[in-house]
Ligand binder design. Structure first.
Ligand SMILES: [Zn+2]
Length: 275
């Protein structure tokens, strides 16, 4: 698979399509798939240009945004099982490649929508094919997709780990702490600041683990582990509804392994139990 960014005026029958409407993705629950062929859909009222985001075996994958959910399904599709849902509810069940394409489709769909018109003069932007970026003749500034780096960290203290939850989490679900990196900060500085702001705790021995795209709306999560140093938990900035220490033998519900938070927690437990 090759990742590309380009606009085409038309699409052919062999292409794959990913459809968004009001930030929700069209999903076939029977096939467990968000990829559709033109024959599955009613594309009569859908006009280009179409944004190609990847190429697999010479076939393009496009992401298309539509204004109305009505009439998008072709006559052979079942509206009872194929409908628009929040990407976050299905992302956790995808394999690595499906995760990448779905995340990319969501991020680039929003980028396309925000860059149809120039931010300065309001004219329709052009697409620079060489750069894969939108631009307007009024200033020739190139508008690439932007990704916001965030840190996400597991805080450990021997047999216990510090997890938090915000009010949007499912009941009894706790996760590792996360936050945006401020302009000028390193990831490690952001980690120390976020942990202090969110739970009032000092940490040390910051160690990089892995990263993950998180398209809500367009973060790159840089995953770390760090050691608890000192401080009592205080919810300083009200970002979290609750935060507490959990013994690794008595954990609440935690995110699945497909999310970086789940992987950080499980890898710490596995490493710890080997000791
Ligand atoms: Zn302009």
């Amino acid at each position: 698979m090759k990742l590309i960014r380009t606009l085409h005026e038309s699409i052919n029958e062999e292409t794959s399509l990913i459809i968004f409407c009001e930030n929700k993705i069209l999903y076939d629950q029977n096939e467990k798939s968000y990829i559709f062929k033109p024959k599955d859909l009613n594309l009569k009222e859908i006009n280009g240009p179409f944004l190609a985001i990847a190429k697999v075996n010479d076939r393009y994958i496009y992401v298309i945004n539509i204004d109305s959910k009505d009439k998008i399904l072709g006559i052979f599709m079942n509206p009872g099982t194929t409908n628009f849902i929040d990407l976050i509810n299905i992302l956790a069940f995808f394999d690595t490649e499906s995760f990448l394409i779905a995340a990319r489709a969501s991020i680039l769909n929003n980028w396309h929508l925000k860059n149809t018109y120039c931010n300065y003069c309001g004219n329709i932007n052009k697409f620079d094919l060489e750069e894969g970026a939108f631009k307007c003749e009024c200033n020739n500034a190139l508008n690439y997709p932007s990704i916001s780096p965030c840190i996400i960290t597991l805080i450990y203290d021997d047999e216990r780990i510090l997890l938090g939850r915000n009010k949007f989490f499912p009941e009894n679900m706790y996760s590792t702490l996360a936050g945006f990196i401020e302009a000028g900060e390193s990831a490690e500085q952001a980690l120390i600041r976020e942990v202090s702001e969110e739970v009032n705790v000092e940490v040390s021995q910051i160690e990089y683990h892995s990263s993950q795209s998180w398209p809500f709306p367009s973060q790159l999560m840089l995953g770390y582990k760090c050691k608890y140093q000192k401080g009592e938990i205080v919810l300083n900035d009200k970002e979290l509804e609750d935060a507490r220490w959990f013994n690794i033998q008595e954990l609440p519900n935690i995110p699945p392994d497909t999310s970086i938070s789940g992987r950080l927690i499980r890898s710490y437990i596995e490493d710890h139990l080997k000791l």
